[in-house]
Ligand binder design. Structure first.
Ligand code: NOJ
Length: 541
């Protein structure tokens, strides 16, 4: 009899994924840009098998492929090679081996929607109307007045079409004009891109994060998109001016995902997560895309949800209910495209958020430096690198991409040369060396939560039940597996709150407070217990 989805013991079901932005993690050749050797050097920090390390299970590497770096690696000019800025394929092999020795899996960023305009496929494609690779990209004739084929806009602003003088057609780019979209309706493109997945699976990678997945297939009639009635000039993101019903999320996407799943299942144990900014109901549809459940859509909801207990309780309850116990949730507090969590909600609040994502059912992602409490960095005008920031600094992503803080030395121990982006001014307080010595630091909170979670079958696999509380500022839930029952109570407010929750148990063993000042194992009476402002606690019942 085949195993049910829930009982299948996929490694990724208990995994915590740590996202590394390689340019900013650790520089070993002193050019001010991080590299693969730097990541290898810091693997013990990530997981050396002891509780002195962070204890993560997998690394997701933002792109390291050969690239002209118009979009910092999300514009690939060779999918089967490493950009020399980061190292070479030998360094990559070493990274995979060394990571695997520490039980750390490697997840590659896979960018199927578009290549670089410097990729040989595109150079061929744009060379002539009858080039065999012409149809590998999306080319269309101008309208009679010479304007673009339709009203589609690019995620990064402006029309999604660029005119090619030589062949007198427009090509489509959902992002920068240096990132032409591949034509996923062309079977040769599908075959080549599947081979890219196979290439990296052969190299030992354990999974993929699929970039811009929702954009992959476009309407075959290239219909104009309707105006978004909710759009507010000057307030909304310019991309939200249109409802993207034809350039995104086409029905054929499901079979494209099925294709990825088939390739991944050629070597069992591989994992795939797709980048999709969707609401829960839409997200849920993609769980059905792969019968062997390799696929998870990323859940970005916590990034935009206002920091109020009620919002979070409602979201998690609904997400859990829609997904059911057989599907695996995912939680993300930040990434290389989003403002850092401490900047969004505050430092104390971020400690509560850490307890939240590390105790909910599902797969938590940690964005490098989140475990230190790193904040957005102010980037002076002349130092802006991100093309989005150059167009409009509000939408620039450099502030969340600045160098990792390893110690309080010059350049935070990231490099001996001036880094490609400035180091945050607070690095002498928030860094790995100093936080390791401080028993109440954010880093030690992450370590304690992660290692506790590793040993708790209730947290790894148990059911989730939220509880009624008398305060709208408290989110309380328990996680349970057989006899093991964990209670988590989170105070989202700046005021202390006494615990009034709908639970029979009178007493519980306090395991962790986000303040990290209580002794472990203290028995507390639930009825009269007072949570301090912005405090989360984890208890065993
Ligand atoms: C999403 C990635 O996360 C972002 O950084 C990139 O610019 C776009 N996709 C285009 O690849």
């Amino acid at each position: 009899m085949s195993k049910t989805k829930q009982s299948q013991n996929f490694w990724w079901k208990s995994a915590i994924i740590y996202q590394i932005y390689p340019r900013s993690f650790k520089d070993t050749n002193n050019d001010g840009i991080g590299d693969l050797k730097g990541i290898i050097k810091k693997l013990d920090y990530l997981n050396d098998g002891t509780e002195n390390s962070l204890g993560i299970d997998a690394i997701w590497l933002s792109p390291i492929y050969k690239s002209p770096m118009a979009d910092y690696g999300y514009d690939v000019s060779d999918y089967n090679d490493i950009d020399p800025i980061f190292g070479n394929l030998n360094d990559f092999n070493q990274l995979v081996n060394e990571a695997h020795q520490r039980n750390i899996k490697i997840i590659m960023d896979f960018i199927p929607n578009h290549t670089s305009n410097q990729h040989s496929w595109f150079l061929e494609s744009r060379s002539a109307l009858d080039n065999p690779k012409r149809d590998w990209y999306i080319w269309c004739d101008p309208q009679p007045d010479g304007s673009p084929p339709n009203n589609w806009i690019s995620v990064f602003g402006g029309p999604a079409w660029t005119y090619d003088q030589k062949t007198k057609q427009y090509y489509l780019h959902s992002f920068l004009s240096e990132q032409p979209d591949l034509n996923w309706r062309n079977s040769e493109v599908v075959k080549e891109m599947h081979n890219v997945l196979r290439f990296w699976m052969e190299k030992g990678v354990d999974g993929f994060r699929i970039d811009a997945l929702y954009h992959l297939i476009k309407d075959d009639k290239f219909r104009n998109e309707p105006h978004n009635p909710a759009y507010q000039i000057g307030k909304s993101n310019p991309y939200d001016e249109m409802l993207h019903i034809y350039s995104n999320g086409q029905p054929e996407l499901i079979s494209a995902i099925n294709g990825f799943c088939r390739v991944l299942s050629e070597k069992p144990g591989h994992f795939m997560i797709g980048e999709m900014y969707l609401d829960i109901k839409e997200m849920a549809k993609f769980y059905q895309a792969c019968s062997n459940q390799l696929h998870l859509p990323t859940n970005f909801s916590f990034i935009n949800l206002p920091w109020q207990a009620q919002n979070y309780k409602e979201f998690v309850d609904q997400y859990e209910q829609i997904l059911g116990t057989e599907n695996w949730p995912n939680y993300v507090l930040g990434n290389h495209d989003q403002s850092r969590v401490v900047t969004r909600i505050g430092n104390r609040q971020s400690r509560v958020a850490a307890m939240l994502i590390l105790t909910l059912r599902g797969m938590p992602f940690i964005y490098y430096g989140e475990e230190l409490g790193m904040e957005n960095t102010h980037i002076p005008k002349g130092k802006i690198c991100d093309p989005c920031g150059e167009q409009d600094s509000i939408f620039g992503r450099d502030p969340e991409r600045t160098p990792m803080h390893w110690n309080s030395n010059r350049y935070a121990g990231f490099s001996t040369k001036q880094p490609w982006l400035p180091v945050n001014h607070n690095f002498s307080t928030y860094n790995v060396v100093d936080e390791s010595k401080d028993s109440q630091s954010m880093l030690n909170l992450y370590r304690r939560l992660i290692w506790y979670r590793k040993r708790s079958t209730a947290l790894l696999a148990g059911e989730y039940h939220s509880l009624k509380t008398s305060s709208k500022n408290i989110f309380a839930y328990f996680r349970q597996q057989n006899q093991e029952k964990i209670l988590v109570v989170l105070n989202f407010s700046d005021q202390s709150q006494s615990i009034k929750i709908d639970i029979d148990d009178q007493e519980a063993k306090l395991i962790l407070s986000t303040y990290l000042d209580y002794g472990l194992g203290k028995m507390i009476k639930l009825k009269n217990f007072v949570l301090r402002s912005n405090e989360g606690i984890l208890l065993e019942l």
